[in-house]
Design a protein around this ligand. Structure first.
Ligand SMILES: [Zn+2]
Length: 175
């Protein structure tokens, strides 16, 4: 019978222990202990992006696309794909968003799904763009939490080998 799993306060250390033994205890800042276990899990998820497809095809071309309400009196601009306007209900059209924006808000994630484990902890930011009425939620890389502030200028980077996923785009501090 093995002893109680080893405890760690950094998720990277938990990850390393999971690689070694398959079980570890994560101890958070409040002293709460969570047992973390590793077990195999694999699926092939076949799905359609349907009317959001131009957004993901755009990422593969290094373009960030949003939506603009077609009704001239409204014309609301969204920082995400949206087939119909939330303000007036009219259909939208695709527009190219700026590739530079500002941090509206952010959070640092100390846990992540499998796709993000290698970069955990990682930052998620709500990005605001000039002339755009809603925000884009995206990863913020090449910076640590203590670098971040509201209004910080940031710019988009695109995956050179696209996977047709939201992970094909991320933001970094603007140079
Ligand atoms: Zn509208």
């Amino acid at each position: 019978m093995s002893a109680r799993p080893r405890g760690f306060s950094k998720f990277r250390e938990v990850q390393a222990e999971l690689d070694r033994s398959g079980a570890a205890i994560y101890r958070d800042e409040d002293g709460t202990e969570s047992l973390i276990v590793r077990s195999p899990y694999a699926i092939n998820y076949v799905h359609s992006y349907a009317e959001d497809s131009p957004f993901f095809l755009g990422l593969a071309e290094g373009r960030l696309r949003g939506s603009k309400c077609r009704k001239p009196k409204c014309g609301f601009v969204y920082g995400t794909p949206r087939s119909h306007c939330m303000v007036c209900g009219a259909p939208t059209e695709w527009i190219d968003l700026p590739t530079k924006g500002r941090v509206h808000s952010w959070t640092t994630c100390h846990f992540g799904s499998e796709a993000f484990l290698k970069e955990t902890p990682y930052n998620l930011a709500l990005v605001e763009f000039d002339g755009v009425g809603s925000l884009l939620l995206v990863r913020l890389r090449d910076c640590v939490e203590s670098d971040l502030y509201v209004g910080m200028p940031i710019e988009a980077k695109f995956e050179p080998n696209p996977k047709y996923s939201i992970t094909d785009v991320w933001f970094v501090p603007a140079r």
